[in-house]
Write a protein that binds this ligand. Structure first.
Ligand code: CP3
Length: 367
């Protein structure tokens, strides 16, 4: 396939050519829904679909620490493909982690099983901030290599690249690990606003660079995870977080790839998160899609929003609840809906229940 500007899949609007092989997924249900074009069925994928509950994942990961596994391109390819093969989801999400770019710039971070990311020396001062240098593409050659392998193999199935948003990354860096109340993070945000602004600005640059590497390598959509931003009030989000998240979306705006933005417990922030620059806003299960649509406003798609815990109920209940999500989306009269869970797959989830849900969504939404 040649990269000519006449091919809409091969060049972005500013003339920057992107890998022509991305064209193979251009007409997939997922990318069509992202563009709000008619779809044969509602596309479905699951946040955290790679790994966790799959026996084939646990087998290939056996004995390999999480962050090390993210640096092995063949392994990354295999783990990314596993849920696509098994569940027949409409998109793959790249197997990596939001802390990979932090590790790549030299931050001492580890992912402890059952805990999450742990940072050896938290960032709490301007002096600490000097340890957070910019990310160069050469810092993550394994990402470029893994995505190259994947897009060749995925063919018409789109690959979603992703990164952590500045607030969520800052919360790990400042707290030193997972946190329920984000007290140190908020203490810095409220008490040392200049340090906070400098921190999230640096993280915005690292995240932008990480997303660009994935897009240049062939990812056909990106999702910015601001998992923990729901802990903020709208005014604080607008003042202290939105400029950094907007900077990330602006940095990748030159590429012709859809941008999804997601956080948990973000009912009050949905409008602002859309304004930060996303094409599609991810919604958790606490806000019905029709209410989310009003908050997000016209011109943007929605992704969500089945409560992950519903998957532990009998199949009839899962299907009835999935139907409610599909009906709510259909009532909006838009093709711009991507079915997903309201947050990620849980480790104890039955993989077969997820496969059945994919088949149900496809069948119940067939146009
Ligand atoms: O579908 C996928 O799972 C794709 C890859 C992916 C991982 N992490 C792999 C992973 C993605 C998209 C993420 C994003 C991520 N990582 C987020 C945002 C998404 C969300 O859930 O809100 C966050 C907050 C993190 C940080 C993180 N990394 C956490 C909280 C954990 C869980 C710790 C645990 O063991 O419960 C991780 C580890 C992690 N990242 C695992 C996987 C598959 C589990 C590690 C393992 O299997 O040993």
């Amino acid at each position: 396939m040649s990269e000519t500007t006449a091919d809409p899949t091969a060049a972005t609007h500013d003339g920057r050519t992107t890998p022509a092989r991305r064209g193979a997924a251009y007409d997939s249900a997922f990318l069509r829904a992202c563009r709000n074009e008619p779809v044969p069925h509602t596309p479905v994928w699951f946040m955290r679909q790679a790994g966790r509950s799959l026996p084939e994942y646990l087998k290939v990961r056996d004995g390999i620490p999480m962050l090390e596994s993210c640096m092995r391109p063949e392994l990354v390819k295999e783990i990314t493909l596993q849920p696509v093969r098994r569940h027949k989801v409409d998109a793959a999400i790249f197997f990596s982690d939001i802390v990979v770019p932090l590790k790549a710039v030299g931050i001492d971070v580890d992912i402890k099983p059952g805990v999450g990311p742990v940072i050896a020396d938290p960032i709490r001062s301007f002096e600490d901030l000097r340890r957070l240098r910019p990310l160069e593409p050469d810092d993550v050659p394994y990402i470029t290599e893994a995505i190259g392998l994947l897009v060749d193999e995925l063919g018409g199935t789109p690959l979603i690249g992703f990164a952590g948003a500045p607030y969520t990354l800052a919360s790990y860096l400042v707290e030193g690990g997972p946190s329920k109340n984000h007290e140190n993070t908020k203490a810095m945000m409220y008490g040392q606003p200049e340090l906070w602004a400098a921190l999230v600005d640096r993280l915005a640059d690292i995240t932008s660079a990480f997303l660009k590497v994935q897009i240049e390598a062939g990812a056909s959509a990106v999702q910015l995870f601001d998992s923990w931003v729901g802990s903020l009030a709208p005014d604080d989000y607008r003042r202290s977080v939105m400029p950094a998240s907007t900077k990330v979306f602006d940095a990748v705006a030159e590429y012709d790839v859809p941008k999804i933005h997601f956080g948990v417990g973000t009912g009050e922030l949905l409008g602002l998160m859309g304004q930060a620059g996303a094409d599609i806003v991810g919604v958790d299960w606490r806000v019905p899609l029709n209410v989310a649509a009003e908050r997000v406003g016209p011109g943007k798609g929605l992704q969500g929003n089945l409560d992950p815990a519903v998957l532990f109920a009998p199949t009839e209940v899962v299907e009835a609840k999935a139907r409610e999500v599909l009906d709510a989306a259909r009532a909006l009269g838009t093709s711009g809906h991507i079915f997903n869970l309201g947050h990620g797959v849980l480790p104890s989830m039955d993989p077969d229940a997820l496969s059945r849900l994919v088949a149900y969504v496809h069948e119940a939404s067939a146009r």
